[in-house]
Ligand binder design. Sequence first.
Ligand SMILES: Cc1cc2nc3c(=O)[nH]c(=O)nc-3n(C[C@H](O)[C@H](O)[C@H](O)COP(=O)(O)OP(=O)(O)OC[C@H]3O[C@@H](n4cnc5c(N)ncnc54)[C@H](O)[C@@H]3O)c2cc1C
Length: 659
Amino acid sequence: MAKVIDSKIPAGPVPEKWKEYKAHQRLVNPKNKLKLDVIVVGTGLAGASAAASLGEMGFNVINLCIQDSPRRAHSIAAQGGINAAKCYQNDGDSVYRLFYDTVKGGDYRAREANVYRLAEVSNNIIDQCVAQGVPFAREYGGMLANRSFGGAQVSRTFYAKGQTGQQLLLGAYSSLSCQVNAGKVKLYTRYEMEDVVIVDGRARGIIAKNLVTGQLERFSANAVVIATGGYGNTYFLSTNAMGCNCTAAVQCYRKGAYFANPSYVQIHPTCIPVHGDKQSKLTLMSESLRNDGRIWVPKKIEDAKALQAGTKQGWEIPEEDRDYYLERRYPAFGNLVPRDVASRAAKERCDKGFGVNNTGLAVFLDFSESINRLGLDIIMQRYGNLFEMYEEITDVFPGDLANEINGVKYYKPMMIYPAIHYTMGGIWVDYELQTSIPGLFAIGECNFSDHGANRLGASALMQGLADGYFVLPYTIQNYLADQAVWPKVSTDLPEFAEAEKKVDAELDRLLNIKGKRSVDSIHKELGHIMWEYVGMGRTAEGLKTGLKKMHELEKEFDTNLFVPGSKEGLNIELDKAIHLRDFFTMGQLVAFDALSRNESCGGHFREEYQTEEGEAKRDDENYFYVGCWEYKGKGNEPELIKEPLEYEAIKVQTRNYKN
Ligand SMILES: Cc1cc2nc3c(=O)[nH]c(=O)nc-3n(C[C@H](O)[C@H](O)[C@H](O)COP(=O)(O)OP(=O)(O)OC[C@H]3O[C@@H](n4cnc5c(N)ncnc54)[C@H](O)[C@@H]3O)c2cc1C
């Protein structure tokens, strides 16, 4: 029988209401003399917004990141936009509708209360960012412009061309810089958190590695917040930045923080297909393209075969021989179905032999209809940088006229295929964003978040900034109110010394294996196992095989790894080896969770559990819970703990994007 936890009871001690209120008043008073330190690990949108807000509220913040500047956090890559329920388009949007769409998009596996709060603060985020000067796209009349993303029938996505993440991060960074200047935030760039230090059951600090000197350093504080992003790179090939890793999250998990829903991994339908085995990165073509691009494969298998052989081009296939399979299967949402649905539909077509490139693993994303309707200028205004990026990578410009059949102009289509993109699973947090370790908080993509089993497009930035600007700065005070009377612990405590010693010993262990294989060669193999057995279509048998193969490969890692150089100074290979050690733990966790969940929901698709039409088949009777995992040591199976889901405002039903 699995243990059961309740999200409504914060993991830390709950202070009496009156005491909490008084302490809260003291903390937010600008004249307060209290010194409360908070470590924020990460400077992506979640970390930078949290550090800036906490600094502004009077806390002393220690903020770390692995890049040389907070502006280079992976959040910078976000292209398409950020959702909010402003209803500027007068199309019937509302807080409730955003809340409903998000819960439905997540296949009814999100925590309802969190999602409602997220929808409520979504509008504040836009106001906050506009005030910071974020240059959102505007209509001719000056109103902020919107477009649509998957899983929604309204236009609620705010955007800055195809660079929304970059512009939002610049906004957060300017707020952060103000606090650095005011002395409230101390920034440590090129530092990597290697461990969290627990003193008397509470998170009291971290051990971080100075990535330039190689030195280990100790930091102590009254609370620790991790905002270190997702674990998509476990799969080696993903749309994530190369530096994305799950080391901080996995260390927290090893120290007792529950890890929730690891099997919920998002596979994004519109990425540039894999084109060779020397690739180390995949490129996303933003979901915003599905506003005007139509996805299709040929209707006739002989056309598909000719495309695969290179004897025919997409633009030679006339309209009547094209299968716009998303529009056919899901008439109500068409090309804007959620990502999990679109990805599986692409896989289904390609598995049946209708793929359109030489590997048979690609479908077309075609702008002919919208260019004919709106003109190339308008399409370029909307997606210019994405078209250019596609051309740079593939040498095909999607706006080039290629053919005319029966008076219809055909433009060169993009080719796309699903790829690992985002992780809905993460460190378990309660409603206050506190993990199961008191004093340790997790925000942004690294927590298990508000997206359930599938995240809707443009909702990650919303969640990261909601956590950082509007949730954590308030909820953390419920914990800190109680801490105000405690002195900050010394980094000379034995707990710090022991944690540092263990990290140091790990570095020695990895350096001294002195085997024959590079980190990347093993990581690539792990990625193949993950994609093959723990990827888009999973089976119990495949997951068991995947776990077995991962164990074997982990042994290879432990005995045959070669890390050049030493601990001193910059050693990127050593840093990558640490990340890979943790990707192994993560990969196994994803597989355990996927194996334990005998149903299909959102990004977790078990082939044994599907409808006759190939749709995901949930089992609400047995799996209506957040699956949390407790670490039980290397090589041991983790223990499952369940947080039952409770829905009060939304009726749980089968997702329907057809009508
Ligand atoms: C190509 C692409 C496009 C996307 N487009 C969109 C979009 O249009 N809309 C949307 O809503 N979402 C989008 N997403 C998702 C979104 O960008 C991310 O989910 C979000 O930016 C994550 O923010 P974060 O702050 O949680 O983490 P990140 O931005 O990943 O930041 C992590 C931070 O933690 C630091 N860090 C990591 N490990 C350590 C460690 N051990 N020690 C110290 N520091 C550490 C890093 O230095 C970094 O500062 C996109 C994602 C990708 C890959």
